[in-house]
Ligand binder design. Structure first.
Ligand code: C2E
Ligand code: MG
Ligand code: MG
Length: 588
């Protein structure tokens, strides 16, 4: 083969320039066993073309080949030497590698070198090598790697990245991890739509990035969950302070598409020296979960006690699933009486879980779990069916009896909730006006049209709606203005404080109850006093304008069997007469 430095025809140069971007070299090598250096005779076959696509820095005294060698980093040079030594030693027929090369303008390109070797005589080698520009390929590989490690919406690193960083972290170095989960983010998606939800996440992730700065890496785990991995030398105080700034910054109003949104987040903190990444993440998640449980919008640091609590919570969740399937959760009923005549008006059904080994589990313990897991949907429907069937049975004796049930916002978020209630009423034969559903003002915090739509559908179907635990939230009066309602229940704390030994306190609470009943009167709402534990409270509630009462002093919640006996002994008031006598303007 004739080795030539002469310029190839233009057409071939153009072809090489546009398509091939490769350099072909040929060498004859003699492996010297005595002398230290092997002897190399190298020629580049298409040097002119290669000079076009490989604009490396040139030195006047050097050949292109020498400059080519200098354009490789010392590391790439050393790697090349090792590759050839190995190939000669193991008598390889082929070897290859990839390495970066620096061009005259300082930019870097990636070269793939493919080498064919043939030992033509002992220690005499013929070699042909091809250098190809693989920068585009390398960049797309890097892009793929970037995509694999980054979230496409926020451009933040993702879970894969976090795990990789933690895997590479030297053990024994203390690392702090913050786990953030936005509070009630689902409501934004459900009410404003996913495109706005995405925008919110995008803006918030930028906020997180700017607060965290050089203190650590912000990672989006998915959905509305983020983590911040603090840099290795960060202290516990720094982790706590950073969490506080994040909490504060997320609370700042966010304007998206002309709407001002108020968000908050719950943050869990965990630390590790020797834990693996999944365990660190899980501990931070447990702490974050505890922050949610304690009322959201707060920071909680992980401790091992928490882990035990979570384990038992998960066990309880499993048990709850089984109990719902086996109809193991039933209702007790607390009578609601007229405060003037003490005649029975209605019943409030309260869920009770009688567990075979754990005993009686109160609703405060299992309803929140049922809400979080969505189990409240099947559970709520089963309880409603039970209540309606039992009410139909008791109404034979007390035709005007009204039965009430608590419903949570998770149930009202279901598009078919009103429809399901109406279906159950039809199936069981209970007239809609004999069913009362109790909601709390927390549904307004979720602030959404879907919930209001369900309430209006129920209202229009004739179901009575009661605002429960009135006065305990932030938006009691806006709840009165926005919700379709028939009655409100004053939270028991007001009556408890109205008989407080401190006169001033008692008077303030009496004044508050009076203000609530006056507002209710203007709005044609019945007022029910909750938590009447003493006769003094019953008469006080009546004198302050409450028409109905409920509490241990009047009657404790009763099992359906006990209620059968109770109903046999008491007289009930006519609900209709009662309403008419109070001139309640009920939408028919
Ligand atoms: P709530 O709807 O405000 O129910 C009244 C709670 O006060 C009941 O507690 C009742 O037993 C208790 N109570 C009644 N009279 C008195 C009294 O004189 N003094 C005191 N200290 N307490 C009294 P319970 O049964 O433990 O229910 C607690 C909460 O759990 C309920 O509060 C309600 O929010 C929720 N809940 C109960 N059953 C259900 C259900 O089926 N579905 C939903 N979503 N929530 C439920
Ligand atoms: Mg209630
Ligand atoms: Mg209540």
């Amino acid at each position: 083969m004739e080795l030539s430095n002469s310029r190839p025809p233009d057409s071939l140069t153009a072809y090489v320039l546009d398509n091939v971007r490769c350099l072909i070299w040929h060498a004859y090598v003699f492996i010297s066993s005595e002398e230290k250096n092997n002897s190399w005779k190298i020629k580049i076959l298409n040097e002119a073309a290669a000079q076009c696509w490989l604009p490396i820095k040139r030195h006047p005294e050097n050949s292109f080949l020498q400059d080519l060698y200098l354009a490789c980093s010392p590391l790439a040079q050393a790697q090349g030497e090792v590759m050839f030594t190995e190939a000669f030693q193991h008598k390889k027929k082929r070897c290859g590698r990839q390495f970066p090369m620096t061009l005259a303008d300082g930019s870097e390109i990636w070269i793939h070198e493919d080498v064919h070797l043939e030992e033509v005589q002992p220690d005499h080698w013929h070699i042909v090598g091809v250098l190809t520009d693989v920068t585009t390929h390398k960049l797309s590989e890097e892009r793929l790697l970037y995509l694999a490690h980054h979230d496409s919406l926020t451009q933040l690193p993702n879970r894969g990245y976090l795990f990789e960083v933690l895997a590479k972290a030297p053990s024994q170095s203390m690392r702090y991890l913050l786990y953030l989960d936005l509070d009630n983010f689902k409501v934004i998606n459900d009410t404003l739509g996913h495109p706005i939800g995405d925008l919110v996440l995008f803006h918030l992730s930028n906020r997180l990035r700017s607060v965290v700065g050089m203190s650590g890496d912000v990672v989006r785990l998915g959905g509305d969950e983020f983590t911040v991995l603090l840099r290795p030398d960060a202290s516990k105080t720094e982790a706590q302070e950073l969490a506080e700034s994040l909490l504060q910054q997320i609370r700042q109003p966010l304007i998206v598409e002309g709407q001002t949104l108020y968000l908050s987040t719950s943050i869990g903190i965990a630390a590790t020296t020797d834990l693996d990444a999944p365990s660190l993440l899980r501990n931070a998640d447990i702490a974050m979960y505890a922050a949610k449980y304690q009322g959201k919008n707060r920071i909680v640091a992980f401790d091992s006690e928490m882990e035990r609590a979570v384990r038992s919570r998960f066990e309880l969740e499993g048990e709850l699933r089984k109990a719902i399937d086996k109809d193991g959760i039933g209702l007790v009923y607390q009578p609601i009486l007229r405060l003037d005549s003490r005649k029975l008006i209605g019943l409030e059904g309260l869920a009770r879980w009688s567990h075979p080994t754990l005993g009686m589990i109160p609703p405060d313990q299992f309803i929140p779990i049922a809400e979080e897991t969505g189990l409240i949907i099947p559970l709520g429907l089963r309880l409603l069916k039970q209540a309606c069937q039992q009410a139909v049975h008791w109404r034979r004796q007390h035709p005007d009896l009204v039965v009430g049930l608590n419903v949570s916002v998770v149930q009202l978020m279901e598009e078919t909730f009103a429809q399901d209630v109406i279906r159950i009423l039809e199936e069981t034969g209970l007239p809609s006006e004999k069913l009362t559903l109790e909601v709390t003002e927390s549904i307004l915090a979720e602030g959404c049209d879907p919930v209001l739509r369900q309430l209006w559908l129920l209202y229009e179907a004739g179901v009575s709606l009661v605002l429960d635990d009135f006065g305990t939230g932030y938006s009691s009066f806006s709840a009165l203005s926005e919700l379709p309602l028939h009655a409100l229940k004053i939270d028991r704390t007001f009556l408890a404080r109205a008989i407080d030994p401190s006169r001033a306190r008692a008077e303030r609470n009496k004044a508050l109850i009076r203000a609530i009943t006056s507002a209710a009167q203007v709005l044609d709402l019945i007022v029910i006093a909750e938590g009447i534990e003493a006769e003094q409270q019953a008469s006080l509630a009546e004198s302050l304008g409450c028409q109905l009462g409920q509490g241990y002093h009047l009657q404790r919640p009763l099992t359906p069997q006990a209620l059968n006996n109770y109903l046999g002994q008491v007289a009930s008031a006519s609900v209709q007469d009662f309403r008419e006598s109070l001139v309640f303007l009920r939408a028919a």
